[in-house]
Design a protein around this ligand. Structure first.
Ligand code: GTP
Length: 689
């Protein structure tokens, strides 16, 4: 691998930048990437032998439908979902109470490092109450808006939710969003006020908020401390009393919904299923509605929270199923499984997730293309909200354009690729999906549609070809103490937002609703909101369609050459400030080196911003040497060959590893004061690991 003296500093800078963003968001920064060996050690537990060999099978017929409850825990970020799940697992004997259990269901390395849930996790709990044995299927969900697709999918397997609210912070933006997801799915909602042990806890105020915003009588709230275990048993009892058993029919033919799946290299696809009708057991022949292929069931079981094989799974129960699906494309989330020769009406499945941001993803080395392709396929099986389109770039080679639900989602996906699949990638600057309405019949014929979606700014069509451009908008919810309202309104105005609603949720907390252009909030809005409200305001948003916008394509030029990977689309009114900001940011992110380079932003042929930087130029293969041996010696070779490599870092969106490469014509300094022009006809990659 190529190395460059001082490269560690690049990576430290990238990590430091991330850390600053993360701290501002209230999220812990990731630890430095593990070494290859360490990455392998921290992978999910080895599943190379069947769990059936390890454990006694459970007889699930002990749990009739009326003794079954399926529920999710939903809440704003950090309000204590996973801690409550720990206590429920302990109370029901699923995990050892004497151990210091912390967020047991957050199994992924990325979740433990960042202290956030990104994947919904299922656990089947066995609980005796009033002389009856109950099966309580719990799904712990993520709180961050970027993972709300996980929440909505989880709710499809439930009849009720525990809506956890922090007794100090009260209702926050994701509390509202998650409540409405549950409400629209017509689920029973049990409000749980958590963290009553905190010094500043004010559960009575939170009860009133819940009554006012959600219209739930305050006497329905359960006040607990998940951390100390205070009153947690009453939560289990409320689940039994207030959440109805599933409405299912065990005598009907099998109808199972695949609501999640993972890929195991030894056992193939492991599908998480919720049974709406019938029974399934080992040896059954099942058919997938999606592929119409038939499979033999090798294993069924429940998660308690680890895999626990069972003889059978019955309608109303939630568990896992392994059926020899060896290819990731065979197990689609939202698929319906039925018994061979007993076809059923498929279950509604899930609305596909709508990506909010797109970024190019490329292998650091093109020889890694196939490995990365396979890693992306396996990870998207487990994270079906990511969309993948093939893409290619002059400088970065063949790759993909991936759609994510937000920037945190993008960072987490990238981190999971590295940690779970040892894959390193180059990510380009994220963009939102714009639309353009084409003006001529010829173009419509060429594109085969009148309205096209642009997920790569380099392909943004010229104004002469379109009648109008459209930009995505979202309905944002902000909850804040009222003393910050003025500043927040100014921030929203600066982001071209239109106010839609405003209401007090208690005496001094306010809920604001704004329509935002998505590109105005996707990058740094949350950070700005947090910093001007001293961390007290919370924010959530939902898709609100598209609106007409005056958009322009902005090119970024290095020494007069357009760099395709840096092209962006901006609103006309913001072009100058955005161009200036990008040039300044690029200047800061390029190391000051040996010769001058112009960084310019342009709208068509008009230059609107310029910065100058000194750039390091070398020919392929000499990075390390140049730094050590000195410039002049190497420079003589440049003049001879006229073929050099320029290395900069245009990739502003870096996470664990930063890579960059560009093909560029430019000028080179000969070390004695004169500038020679040159054409770069070759380029190589450089990785900062
Ligand atoms: N004092 C106190 N702290 C708590 C309580 N419950 C949870 N916490 C703390 O709150 C923080 C967040 O708890 P989590 O359980 O990870 O919250 P979460 O809602 O699962 O977080 P996300 O999955 O990231 O949305 C942790 O530091 C917990 O220790 C409680 O009852 N009292």
């Amino acid at each position: 691998m190529w190395t460059l003296a001082g490269q560690g500093c690049w990576r430290r800078c990238a990590l430091a930048a991330w850390a600053t963003r993360a701290v501002r968001r209230g999220l812990p920064a990731p630890r430095p990437a593990p070494t290859r060996g360490a990455a392998a050690e921290s992978k999910p537990p080895d599943r190379s032998y069947s769990s059936a060999d390890r454990k006694e099978k459970i007889d699930m017929s002990r749990f009739p439908v009326e003794n079954t409850r399926n529920f999710s825990i939903i809440a704003h970020v950090d309000h204590g979902k996973s801690t409550l799940a720990d206590r429920l697992l302990e109370l029901t004997g699923a995990i050892d109470k004497t151990k210091n259990n912390k967020q047991v269901l957050d199994k992924l390395q990325v979740e433990r490092e960042r202290g956030i849930t990104v994947k919904a996790q299922t656990a089947s709990l066995f609980y005796d109450y009033e002389g009856k044995q109950y099966l309580l299927n719990l799904i712990d969900t993520p709180g961050h808006v970027d993972f709300s697709y996980e929440v909505s999918r989880s709710l499809s397997a439930c009849q009720g939710v525990l809506l956890v609210v922090d007794a100090n912070e009260g209702i926050q933006a994701q509390t509202v969003a998650n409540f409405f997801l549950a409400f629209e799915a017509q689920l029973s909602v049990i409000p749980v006020i958590n963290k009553i042990d905190l010094k500043n806890a004010d559960p009575e105020r939170v009860e009133k908020q819940i009554e006012k915003v959600f219209d739930i009588p305050s006497d329905e709230c359960i006040k607990i401390s998940a951390k100390l275990g205070t009153n947690v048993e009453s939560v289990l009892q409320a689940v039994i009393k207030r959440i109805p058993p599933p409405k299912v029919h065990r005598k009907n033919p099998l109808r199972a919904l695949v609501f999640d799946s993972t890929f195991d290299q030894y056992r193939g696809v492991i599908a998480n299923v919720a049974l709406f009708d019938g029974v399934v057991s080992k040896g059954d022949k099942i058919v997938s509605v999606h592929t119409q292929k038939t499979y033999e069931v090798n294993e069924v079981g429940v998660l308690n929270p680890n895999e626990q094989p069972t003889h059978k799974l019955y309608a109303g129960q939630v568990g896992y199923l392994i059926a020899g699906m060896k290819d990731v494309t065979e197990a689609q989330i939202g698929d319906t499984l039925y018994l061979h020769k007993q076809p059923v009406e498929p279950l509604p499945g899930f609305k596909s997730a709508k990506p909010m941001v797109f970024a190019g993803m490329y292998p650091i080395d093109q020889s890694e293309y196939n490995n990365l392709k396979s890693a992306i396929e396996k990870l998207t099986l487990n994270d079906s909200s990511v969309t993948v389109h093939r893409d290619s770039s002059l400088a970065l080679g063949a790759g993909w354009r991936l759609g994510f639900l937000g920037l945190l989602h993008m960072e987490v996906f990238n981190q999971r690729l590295e940690q779970e699949y040892n894959a390193s990638v180059t990510l380009t600057t994220p963009t939102v999906p714009y639309k353009a309405v084409l003006s001529s019949a010829k173009l419509i014929k060429e594109y085969r549609e009148k309205e096209i979606t642009i997920i790569n700014p380099a392909q943004f069509p010229d104004k002469s070809k379109v009648t109008e451009y459209l930009e995505p908008i979202v309905l944002g919810t902000i909850i804040t103490p009222d003393e910050y309202t003025g500043k927040i309104m100014m921030l929203c105005q600066a982001r071209r937002a239109v106010q839609k609603n405003m209401m007090y949720i208690d005496q001094n907390r306010i809920m604001l609703k704004y329509l935002f252009p998505l590109n105005e909030i996707v990058v740094d809005f949350y950070d700005s909101l947090k910093s001007l409200s001293s961390g007290y305001a919370s924010f959530d948003y939902e898709d609100a369609g598209y609106q007409t916008a005056e958009l322009v394509k902005m090119d970024i030029l290095l020494n007069g050459n357009i760099v395709e990977e840096l092209v962006t689309v901006v609103h006309k009114d913001k072009a100058y400030s955005a161009g200036k900001a990008i040039c300044e940011r690029l200047k800061d992110s390029l190391p000051r080196q040996l010769f001058e380079i112009a960084i310019q932003a342009a709208l068509g042929s008009k230059i609107i911003a310029r910065e100058t930087n000194l750039i390091f130029v070398t020919k392929p293969g000499l990075y390390g040497n140049i730094w050590r041996k000195g410039w002049n010696q190497e420079n003589k070779e440049f003049q001879k060959k006229q073929e050099v490599l320029l290395v900069v870092s245009p990739v502003i969106w870096v996470t664990q590893k930063c890579t960059a490469k560009l093909k560029l014509s430019g000028m080179v300094h000969d070390g004695e004061g004169s500038i020679h022009s040159l054409t770069i006809s070759n380029y190589q990659k450089l990785s900062f690991s």
